[in-house]
Design a protein around this ligand. Structure first.
Ligand SMILES: [Zn+2]
Length: 237
């Protein structure tokens, strides 16, 4: 009976360990972090593609003004400008195009810098996402190994439990199982001295002397907790 109780407690422990594997908590935490990084990835990808578009636009703005500046310069160099007034106006335009080009090139540089830092951020997030995949695989394989080990322990304990239970009277095993279910996993306690190890209470002398008189095969119950009380060589009676 006590062997059965011990095997059942071992089985309870194995089942508990199986349910609270540290890898399970770590995987949950990892999934939470991963989904936060995934959200940041979407934002960073959008930012990069917006800035790429902005950069193309800035490039073409510069290009457009430069083309016009080149055309003006060619007219100036070609000596086809007739009047001094026309010459003055052309030189004036070239001056303002130069300023415009400088402004646009500043803007272009600014977009490039922002794009570079957005790309760096995106690369960092992608590498974090890759790390997650690696860590997840490691945790899963460690979880599977631990679960396999516990499953093997459970199988071997179950086998021994079956062997032990078969040797006991079926109705006793049923009573024990009901008590165990109701009383926190312990259905039978050893009588050590005058104490029931199920509830840790000492039995009163009247009950003890009644138990001492009982036949060895009589199933005793603790008067305090109701659990099956098992007499051994450690018992006072
Ligand atoms: Zn008791």
């Amino acid at each position: 009976m006590l062997d059965l109780q011990e095997l059942d407690l071992n089985l309870d422990q194995v089942a508990h360990k199986r349910g609270v594997l540290p890898e399970l908590a770590a995987l949950t935490e990892l999934a939470r972090e991963k989904s936060a990084v995934d959200r940041e990835l979407v934002t960073a990808e959008t930012e990069v593609s917006d800035l790429q578009r902005e950069q193309k636009k800035a490039d073409s703005d510069v290009e457009q003004v430069k083309t016009r500046r080149t055309r003006d310069q060619e007219r100036l160099d070609g000596g086809r400008v007739g009047s001094p007034k026309e010459l003055e106006s052309l030189q004036h335009e070239i001056g303002s195009l130069d300023r415009r080009i400088a402004d646009l090139e500043d803007a272009e540089l600014d977009v490039m810098e922002r794009l570079e830092s957005a790309e760096a951020r995106l690369a960092g997030l992608r590498s974090r996402a890759d790390d997650f995949a690696g860590r997840q695989a490691e945790l899963e394989s460690s979880r599977d190994a631990a679960a396999k080990d516990l499953d093997e322990q459970r199988a071997s304990l179950t086998e021994r439990r079956t062997a032990v239970a078969t040797e006991l009277p079926a109705d006793l095993v049923t009573t024990y199982a009901k008590l165990r279910e109701r009383m926190g996993g312990i259905g039978a306690g050893e009588l050590v001295g005058k104490r029931c190890m199920g509830c840790r209470m000492e039995l009163n002398p009247a009950d003890l002397s009644r138990m001492a008189a009982a036949d060895k095969n009589t199933v005793l119950r603790c008067e305090e907790c109701g659990r099956i009380l098992v007499r051994t060589d450690k018992s006072a009676v």
